[in-house]
Write a protein that binds this ligand. Structure first.
Ligand SMILES: NC(=O)c1ccc[n+]([C@@H]2O[C@H](COP(=O)([O-])OP(=O)(O)OC[C@H]3O[C@@H](n4cnc5c(N)ncnc54)[C@H](OP(=O)(O)O)[C@@H]3O)[C@@H](O)[C@H]2O)c1
Length: 333
């Protein structure tokens, strides 16, 4: 049975025109939004660093305007032209061009391309899935790729940077669930207790960290999930044990990378690039069920910092870009 989509509903729209770059809650009709063969009633979205860049205009994320924000979405199918999905199915999408090349999840209803839609895996609620969101999927994809490259818990501790953020906090949770010893680097010393409760056995202050600048330092960690980039990533590569893996997934500290080949050719360290928005569908199919089972973060209630409405987004984006994140913020539609 096809549920009626209301003639108009609310969406957080980003504009860039004669009046400048601005974003806020608009009233829209479904035909104003990107086309797609599946229509969903949205239940939750989330706030990722990229959403803050798009919503404030601090990063060139949206390729056309106006555009709904929200790179993640979960909801229930209300109309489907695809034989893979039927009305009533619970689904999710992370990345896949949402809020970049097509309207994103900050919208009460949305049309999606069925090629990118994942069924909500058994064992995850829509709220859990959006607490995980792109940030948690990225953390899981980092571990997935590190393990393909041979990472094992008995090689030693895994370092997580940007530890209080969305990627970092879920990485700590997943890694400790998967049997790894986890060390965390954070700029928020007052949150070391929170990081320990998530599973970090050692917390290191980002403000007291100094790298020698030598091509190789004494090897401390067996691998790393890094959402910071820049000098942090360069320094970490010099301190990874032989045959360890570093998943480079973020740029919260900068986009530069000044390094030497020494960690790679003397210690066999692998630097793994992580791009979650364009992650191929078969890899999504491999990772999401794990996120609902053996890698299901056990501390999602702690990581889910707030649940907000569309009207509250603006107030959160600025703090996120200033490094103030603590866990994840979920958006309820
Ligand atoms: N490659 C991908 O597919 C992908 C997917 C998702 C996210 N990302 C990237 O990953 C990064 C984190 O995303 P997120 O959603 O986790 O953001 P977030 O929730 O805002 O977390 C970012 C964390 O980075 C740390 N940080 C902030 N500014 C910093 C600075 N100047 N130097 C060093 N550390 C800083 C802070 O942690 P502490 O205070 O604890 O140090 C902050 O909580 C972003 O760059 C984002 O674009 C990439």
């Amino acid at each position: 049975m096809t549920e009626q989509v209301p003639a108009s509903f609310r969406a957080f729209r980003i504009h860039n025109d004669d009046q400048g770059y601005r974003a806020g809650v608009d009233t829209v009709g479904i035909d104003e939004l990107s086309a797609g063969d599946v229509t969903i009633k949205v239940s939750y979205s989330g706030i990722n660093y990229k959403d803050a860049l798009a919503g404030t205009g601090k990063g060139k994320i949206c390729r056309s305007f106006p555009m709904n924000g929200g790179i993640d979405v979960a909801g229930t199918v209300v109309a489907s032209g695809s034989n893979r999905f039927q009305s009533g199915d619970e689904v999710l999408v992370t990345g896949c061009g949402l809020s970049e090349t097509r309207d994103g999840g900050y919208s009460e209803y949305l049309r999606l391309d069925s090629n990118w839609i994942m069924p909500l895996p058994d064992g995850l609620s829509a709220l859990d899935a959006m607490t995980i969101g792109t940030a948690g999927f990225t953390a899981a994809m980092s571990l997935y790729r590190m393990e393909i490259s041979g990472q094992k818990p008995d090689q030693g501790p895994i370092l997580v940077t940007g530890a209080t953020g969305g990627v970092g906090s879920i990485a700590i949770d997943i890694l400790s669930r998967a049997g790894y010893e986890v060390h965390a680097i954070s700029g928020k010393e007052e949150q070391f207790g929170w990081l320990a409760a998530l599973g970090a056995t050692e917390c290191i202050s980002r403000h007291q960290l100094e790298w020698s600048g030598r091509p190789l330092e004494s090897a401390r960690w067996a691998g790393c999930i890094d959402s910071v980039g820049g000098d942090m990533l360069a320094g970490i590569c010099t301190a990874i044990k032989p045959w360890g893996n570093v998943a480079a997934c973020g740029l919260a500290g900068g986009i530069g990378l000044k390094t030497t080949v020494m960690p790679f050719i003397i210690r066999g360290v692998s630097l793994i690039g992580i791009d979650s928005p364009l992650c191929p569908y078969p890899i999504r199919e491999a990772i999401w069920p794990r996120l609902a089972n053996e890698w299901k973060p056990g501390k999602l209630d702690m990581i889910r910092n707030r649940i907000v409405g569309l009207d509250e987004l603006d107030g959160i984006f600025g703090g996120m870009l200033e490094g103030q994140s603590l866990g994840r913020v979920v958006v309820k539609l």
